[in-house]
Design a protein around this ligand. Structure first.
Ligand SMILES: C=CC1=C(C)c2cc3[nH]c(cc4nc(cc5[nH]c(cc1n2)c(C)c5CCC(=O)O)C(CCC(=O)O)=C4C)c(C)c3C=C
Ligand SMILES: [Fe+2]
Ligand SMILES: [Fe+2]
Length: 343
């Protein structure tokens, strides 16, 4: 192991320096079969995501799934690709969030970097870059408002895996999830109000759709579902909405297991029969628009809703790099900075 221990490139300033590291999921480098296959293989080989024993799961993954899915997923990514930046929206927004947060923290001498759990840029690169800037303390912010072992915990695992290779480790403070943090709720509230103002119709319901999770994860103690509830209770309260006006659903089911319910697609396609033909959808489990929001909701769900008799469908954008999103990241960073001061 000692073989891997690297020398720090720069000495830390005598009184130390703190940097912020934003952690996100990751996304393919391009929409081609091999790039998507590489991404899915790394993602779906993570035992925090798929807990089945590798001896059983790997032949299924490397056989059927990675032969077929990259074609379908690649075509979906192609529909939402940011052609100007030639990158996936998740990557574009994560980078912009980091750049804008860096501007807010610049005058305090706090650098900001970002890294992806799967793919590029890596978390190790982010750590190295902060250490090159003299940071001996790192505030890591996993960009998941609600905790899940499948997202937050694996991001933290990956960060600590990167630290395993360092002789001189920085001190690390990992931020907790923020399902009903006032700045998060305020950012969501503003995004709802702004979108509603710009619509030519009044939605009869605003469906809140969160990424799903296998039911077994919750049964084993994952707090994700409860944290999604906390987000939606706080948002309904901020907007003065009832449960019916803002129902909670779960999207993105993967594989044959039962996932947490109600599932978004059947819920939404049943609405027109109940007289609800004009809806908006908000996705408060995602800090940035990505394939799950832009394609699964913005393309697929919209089509299914219209086909089922829907008349109007609007998507409320994720927080992305809005000022309110950066207010939230700045607020989280500043409270963590206080936690790193001894006197
Ligand atoms: C068992 C599989 C999966 C679990 C568990 C899971 C949990 C989970 N994921 C997110 C957030 C995102 N997931 C995204 C994409 C995505 N998710 C899965 C599977 C599981 N997710 C797959 C296979 C994919 C890739 C896309 C596809 O092929 O369908 C994304 C978007 C990535 C992007 O590039 O845009 C996000 C974000 C959460 C929050 C979560 C658990 C709570
Ligand atoms: Fe996912
Ligand atoms: Fe999906």
């Amino acid at each position: 192991m000692a073989f891997f221990f690297k020398k720090p490139r720069n000495a830390s300033p005598p009184h130390g320096r703190t940097g912020v590291l934003l952690l996100n999921l990751g996304t393919p480098d391009d929409t081609g079969y091999f790039a998507v296959r590489r991404y899915l293989s790394e993602f779906l080989s993570d035992r925090r995501v798929i807990e089945s024993p590798p001896l059983i799961w790997q032949p299924i993954l490397q056989g059927i799934i990675l032969t077929k899915r990259p074609f379908a997923s690649g075509a979906n990514y192609a529909r939402i690709w940011d052609r100007e930046e030639n990158a996936s929206p998740l990557r574009v927004y994560t980078q912009r969030q980091a750049e804008k947060l860096a501007l807010r923290l610049e005058s305090d001498g706090v650098p900001v970097e970002w890294g992806m759990r799967y793919g590029q840029p890596s978390v190790a690169q982010g750590v190295e870059s902060l250490m090159d800037k003299g940071c001996d303390r790192i505030i890591s912010i996993p960009l998941y408002p609600q905790y899940s072992a499948t997202t937050t915990a694996t991001a933290n695992d990956h960060l600590f895996r990167a630290l395993m290779k360092l002789r001189r480790q920085p001190s690390v403070l990992t931020m907790p999830s923020f399902p009903d943090h006032p700045l998060f709720v305020r950012a969501l509230e503003q995004s709802v109000r702004k979108t509603l103002e710009g619509l030519s119709f009044k939605p009869q319901a605003i469906v809140a759709s969160f990424h799903g999770l296998p039911k077994t994860c919750v049964e084993k103690g994952d707090s994700y579902q409860e944290e999604c509830q906390r987000t939606i209770v706080a948002l309904r309260k901020a907007l003065g909405f009832s449960d019916e006006q803002m129902p909670l659903t779960f999207q993105s089911r993967f594989g044959p297991l039962e996932w947490i319910q109600p599932y978004t697609a059947p819920y939404v396609t049943a609405l027109p029969k109940q007289g609800v033909t004009k809806i908006a959808v908000i996705m408060p489990g995602f800090m940035s628009d990505c394939i799950e929001t832009l394609d699964e909701i913005g393309n697929e769900l919209r089509e299914e809703f219209m086909h089922a008799g829907g008349e109007e469908f609007a998507m409320i954008p994720c927080l992305n790099d809005t000022d309110e999103a950066i207010d939230l990241l700045e607020g989280l960073s500043r409270s963590a900075l206080k936690g790193f001061q001894f006197s």
